[in-house]
Design a protein around this ligand. Structure first.
Ligand SMILES: Nc1nc2c(ncn2[C@@H]2O[C@H](COP(=O)(O)OP(=O)(O)OP(=O)(O)O)[C@@H](O)[C@H]2O)c(=O)[nH]1
Ligand SMILES: [Mg+2]
Length: 473
């Protein structure tokens, strides 16, 4: 946040913030800290990813770590000997509850981390020996700053560039487009007969109307749509009952003139305040000054959701990614306004397919993000694509089935038979999606069985670490 945003700051505080900014700049200059933006829709696997990444880093320096991370060669070559949790940058932000999530995973009946309902931050420290020519053998620390947040809130970033009128027209076309699959759409449109945009609002009717819109949003969410805005209406956090979230898009003819106290004026004002005070603030805290971005995509959910959900995921992603600043950094940019110079697209929950299906999953991911990644590559940002399971709930085994070696999955639980879930299409099409929905066995997998102290089993976390860190070590 700018040091000039609060006029009543004392000189001391201003000075502290200024020296913090300088420190941050110096740290960036010497590559001592990187901010990683974990980006993904709700239930996409962000919290599981952060938990697993923290766990992997906390195991740095422990026996056997190098063997578990064969494709993170920099672990050996840069002499990493320690990984730990450092104290947070911003002491007013809740700490990411890593230990709570890890303790849940190592219970006799293990638990997935719960759905996130607020923001949290974690700062990790990696210690290693400098290998560069100038300072060989020097001990150095690299800090990683990572934030977690409810996936729902991410979608609000699409509002950043939209006026109230733009937002209204975007949602009107959504309501129309979804009227065949969301029955409430017609009733929502009919609501306009009872609303006069130029009259002062009847508080009860305004509340009821907004409630009807929120119901429609919830129906869309259940149907697997991604464009659920304003998100705080479905997951308010500390804004529950606050007037700033009591508005809806104007889905009817926009009045040519209106007073600021009219129904239309009030809706518009609330929208503008929401965008400025909630969305911009969220963006500033979570996503400004990102160095690296990890984009987590649950391809299985996208395939399962049907055509509209799939297109919705793509469109929303494309609009979202326009809000980030990508590209190579020169020295000054690196210090003062860094751009994201590396993006990793990861297809999550890859433990739901057998090993030989991973290449299909990868190809599907690439086909899903073709246009979004095209834009990013156009700005000279390095893009990587991978499949990932942050917390692998299955193991892939080879068994002899009708005389042939066949890959299957096993949860390793007593009495639980191994199974073959089916194949993933390598390209998205109506037909491949229909086949997937018909034949693929989607199981609600329980987390893996672990003992306290065990490292979290995963697929490809070593590849992820290498992509994220290799040029910083
Ligand atoms: N099989 C499997 N399931 C996973 C994996 N990662 C996440 N999941 C499942 O996906 C669910 C959601 O994961 P989260 O990490 O909580 O997702 P999130 O993006 O943080 O979701 P929000 O907090 O709602 O934004 C979990 O409860 C698991 O059921 C994985 O690697 N393998
Ligand atoms: Mg979460």
């Amino acid at each position: 946040m700018s040091i000039f945003s609060d006029p009543i700051k004392t000189v001391d505080r201003l000075f502290d913030e200024l020296s913090d900014s300088i420190n941050e700049g110096v740290n960036r200059l010497f590559d001592k800290e990187i901010k990683i933006g974990v980006t993904g829709f709700s239930r996409g696997g962000k919290t599981a990813f952060i938990t697993s990444l923290v766990n992997t880093i906390l195991n740095f320096g422990n026996e056997g770590t190098s063997d578990r991370l064969p494709r993170f060669q920099e672990y050996e070559t840069s002499g990493i000997y320690y990984g730990g949790i450092a104290s947070n940058h911003d002491l007013s932000v809740p700490a990411f509850p890593y230990h709570e999530y890890y303790d849940g995973l190592v219970k006799p009946e293990p638990l997935w981390p719960v759905a996130t309902d607020n923001i949290s931050e974690i700062r990790l420290e990696i210690r290693f020996r400098e290998n560069r020519l100038l300072m060989p053998g020097e001990h150095r620390s690299l800090y990683l700053d990572i934030w977690d947040y409810p996936g729902e809130w991410l979608i609000d970033l699409v509002l950043l560039d939209l006026s109230y009128e733009d937002f209204s027209s975007m949602m009107l076309s959504q309501v129309r487009k979804l009227s065949s699959i969301i029955p409430q759409s017609k009733e929502l449109l009919a609501l306009g007969d009872r609303l006069d945009p130029c009259k002062s609002p009847d508080p009860r009717l305004l509340k009821e109307s907004v409630e009807q819109y929120v119901q429609w949003l919830l129906d869309c969410k259940r149907a697997g749509m991604s464009l659920i805005v304003p998100s705080r209406q479905v997951l308010p956090g500390n804004l529950l009952g606050a007037p700033i979230i009591e508005f809806m898009p104007w889905l009817w003819v926009i009045p040519s003139s209106y007073s600021k106290d009219s129904l239309y004026g009030v809706m518009k004002k609330r929208y503008d305040s929401y965008k400025k005070d909630i969305v911009e603030n969220f963006y500033e805290t979570m996503f400004s000054k990102l160095d690296r971005q990890v984009i987590l995509i649950d391809c299985f959910a996208a395939l399962n959701g049907g055509r509209e959900a799939f297109v919705n995921v793509n469109d929303t992603f494309e609009t979202l990614l326009k809000n980030f600043s990508y590209g190579e950094n020169n020295l000054l940019q690196r210090i003062f306004s860094p751009k994201i110079d590396k993006v990793i697209f990861a297809a999550t929950k890859a433990d739901q397919v057998t090993y030989d299906e991973e290449k299909h999953l990868l190809s599907l991911l690439r086909s899903m993000v073709t246009s979004a990644s095209h834009e990013i590559r156009g700005q000279s940002t390095n893009c990587q694509y991978m499949v990932l399971s942050s917390i692998a709930a299955t193991k892939c085994l080879e068994v002899n089935y009708q005389g042939r070696n066949t890959q299957v999955l096993s949860t390793g639980r007593e009495g639980d038979n191994y199974f073959y879930p089916g194949s993933v299409p390598s390209q998205w099409s109506e037909q491949s999606m229909a086949d997937f929905q018909k034949h693929f066995i989607m199981r609600q997998l329980p987390p893996p069985l672990m003992n306290p102290g065990d490292p979290i089993p995963n697929i490809n976390m070593d590849v992820m670490l290498s992509y994220l860190l290799k040029d910083k070590l």
